[in-house]
Design a protein around this ligand. Structure first.
Ligand SMILES: *Cc1c(COP(=O)(O)O)cnc(C)c1O
Length: 375
């Protein structure tokens, strides 16, 4: 492709949305999209309900109250914050801002798929760096960076693998790349992880002005339906994003709910604690079953089956009993299933069905999985 070519949309695979609406009987537990099964804070629901009295008004296009609340909570400059319709919109805008046809966008392999889809959308080349046991490798990321690289994306913790890059490694990576190369640290799951060696990036922004931190209200805050996220970046990047975004890109009810959600730290802690307890319980259960998995920093666990056929069987076995998980063919991981950590009842049901699957009782149930449009 020459520098002038417009990207061909036929080259951009569509995002696999709407799997849960694709039929196959009732879903009892939807563990396919990393939603917060505990839901949002009651304060957020209250603020959302209150916002219904002004649905006729345009929202605050400068998101000023929310930006101030975010700045206060994380000790940031509100002039360095941009809000978007989900972190997804910001990934789209950042890619448009930095990359054009012929450019390269670097990220670890098995990264959140929107990094590569957005690179393709602008005609840039997605470059996936090798991982080591699913963990991002600083050396292979550095080896992938060329003079054509326009942005580096890293989700930490990453979806679908759950791995994260430790603070020392993030700092080392940043110290080795061009000071003007945008490095986007996607912390959609940052609130779930509380390991001392984890960095959400805010402790590195003074040292590295090219570091951009992305956050979402869809995950621990449980507001996925409202489409709201934000990023922290240098003033010049913020200015670029402000020019690219739509004037009213975040709805009024979304801003109101996010503001309230941010304040309900007790709810956030409750969800984080629930997630940690169940992560460890599910991990122990997987070990008992002999099911491999990647320990996760998020609200999901990627399980690794011996082969794609077994993963396919397990998926359909779970699906037939009302538990929906996420197949990972589009991540080139057909032998893996990503399982969101749900409510007590969801997780107990999931483990019970998986145990049954591995103990061979599957032969008593529906043995032939239906063909799916994903395989
Ligand atoms: C879910 C997710 C997002 C997108 O979140 P939205 O705010 O709902 O757009 C971004 N990055 C990662 C890694 C995610 O898993």
């Amino acid at each position: 492709m020459t520098g002038r070519d417009k990207p061909k949309l036929q080259d951009v695979p569509p995002y696999l949305a709407g799997i849960r609406h694709s039929g196959g009987g009732p879903v009892v537990s939807d563990l396919s999209l990393n939603e917060s099964r505990l839901g949002p804070s009651e304060l957020a629901v209250g603020a959302y309900t209150e916002a219904t009295s002004s649905l006729w008004r345009y929202p605050d296009g400068s998101h000023s109250l929310l930006k101030e609340a975010i700045a206060g909570r994380f000790n940031l400059d509100h002039n360095c914050i941009v809000c978007g319709a989900g972190a997804d919109e910001l990934i789209t805008l950042l890619t448009r801002l930095f990359a054009a046809p012929g450019d390269e966008v670097v990220f670890p392999e098995f990264s959140f798929i929107m990094f590569s889809l957005n690179a393709l959308r602008v005609g840039a080349l997605p470059v996936a760096a090798r991982t080591e046991g699913f963990a991002p490798s600083v050396d292979s990321l550095l080896a992938c960076i060329t003079e054509r690289t326009r942005a580096v994306f890293l989700a930490s913790p990453n979806n679908p693998t759950g791995t994260y890059l430790a603070r020392d490694e993030v700092r080392y990576l940043l110290s080795k790349i061009r000071a003007d190369l945008p490095f986007i640290l996607d912390g959609a799951y940052a609130e779930y992880i509380d390991r001392p060696d984890y960095s959400d990036g805010f402790d590195l922004i003074d040292e590295f002005p090219n570091l951009i931190v992305l956050r979402s209200f869809s995950k621990i805050f449980g507001l996925a339906s409202l489409r709201i996220g934000w990023c922290h970046a240098s003033r010049s990047v913020v200015e670029g994003l402000e020019r690219l975004r739509g004037p009213y890109n975040v709805s009024g009810p979304a801003q109101a709910a996010a503001l309230a959600a941010l304040r309900d730290e007790a709810h956030t802690k409750m969800v984080r604690d629930h997630n940690r307890v169940w992560h460890d319980r599910m991990a122990s259960a997987f070990i008992r079953m002999g099911l491999r998995f990647v320990p996760s920093g998020g609200n999901f666990i990627m399980t690794i089956f011996p082969d794609s056929k077994t993963a396919e069987c397990a998926y359909h076995h779970l699906r037939a009993r009302g538990v929906l998980t996420r197949q990972l063919h589009d991540y080139t991981l057909p032998h893996c299933l990503r399982i969101t950590i749900g409510t007590d009842a969801d997780n107990e049901l999931l483990l019970q069905i998986l145990e049954e699957f591995f103990s061979g009782e599957r032969h008593l149930g529906p043995t032939r999985p239906p063909r799916t449009n994903l395989s």
